[in-house]
Design a protein around this ligand. Sequence first.
Ligand SMILES: Cc1ncc(COP(=O)(O)O)c(C=O)c1O
Length: 373
Amino acid sequence: MHPAYDLADVSAVLSPSLVLFPELIRKNIARVVEMAGGPERLRPHVKTHKTREIVRLLLAAGVGKHKCATIAEAEMLASAGAPDVLIAYPLVGPNLARLVALIRAFPNTAFSTTIDDPDATRALSAALSAAGATAGVVLDLDVGQHRTGVPVGDAALALYKLAGSLPGFTLEGFQLYDGHNHQPDRGERERAVRAFLAPVLDLRAKCEAAGLPVPRLVCGGTPTFPVYAALTDVPGVECSPGTFVLHDAGYGPKYPDLTGITPAAVLVTRVVSRPTPDRVTLDLGNKAVAADPLLEKRVSLLDFPEYKTVGHNEEHLIVETAGAANYKPGDVVFALPGHICPTVALHKEVLVAEGGKVVGKWTVAARDRVLTV
Ligand SMILES: Cc1ncc(COP(=O)(O)O)c(C=O)c1O
């Protein structure tokens, strides 16, 4: 177990609780700034932590550009003082009016959003121009994940031209999000990025030749971050990892090129039952730790004998271990979540530990779908 997780007295800590370690968060931020070659080459995604306090740690490290997926996250970022917020999510329906409300409510923040559909882009332009507002638009390119975005090619060029012809927009560039690239081998990850980068740069040249600026390429998440960080020859690259702030337990062993980034959030759980001689049941159900990883990867119990996770219900995690006899109800166990981002969103508040002690609480503010707009 990392020495920083060693809390002196957890007798009064409720379980299950998620405990964050700001000292490790600061180190993770510093390491990513260092790898990127400066804070201006970063646009971290806020979805991992959704807290104002961590936004402020990023701002203090010189990171002014931020990315998010929801209007609530965008509002939380703006209210924490972020000067530049990209909502990297297609805005449709009532979210158009919410974007306009955000722009009005936070005049000191420049907002932008991604586009990938001509009709939705026209609707966005109409909503902004009817309100006399402007926002940046970033063309979402589908570089292989096939989740959102336009394939790199003529349709992308046509959509960027359309955006350039509509009122209410400033053209901000392209998004290249490649969540499908998580090859453990750095060379393979790099080859996968290089394979789509050449056509993207060709598209950029065509847009620029048509008089349409492409000032930035907003690239990737945490697994491909080291690859984009090293692309210093491509102008305007902004790396948009999110997970690194709190980091996933499995990433350290899986991606050796992400050195110096440490999981900064630990779950405190207690044994609540010993139902059979080889079973230990913990109060770490799927309402406290995200259930999207496979059962065996859902949590890593720290300083715990070899075990197999055999069940996970709303309030119970059941493990089998030959060392079960060493545990009794009430014993505290520390655990790393297998997937930190949705785990944070299960907690209204997180505890904060410094110097081996719990010193306070942070609210996971953008866990709510709506703040004020
Ligand atoms: C569009 C977009 N950008 C960036 C990220 C951050 O990726 P990661 O969680 O790998 O750091 C995500 C993650 O979901 C994303 O959807």
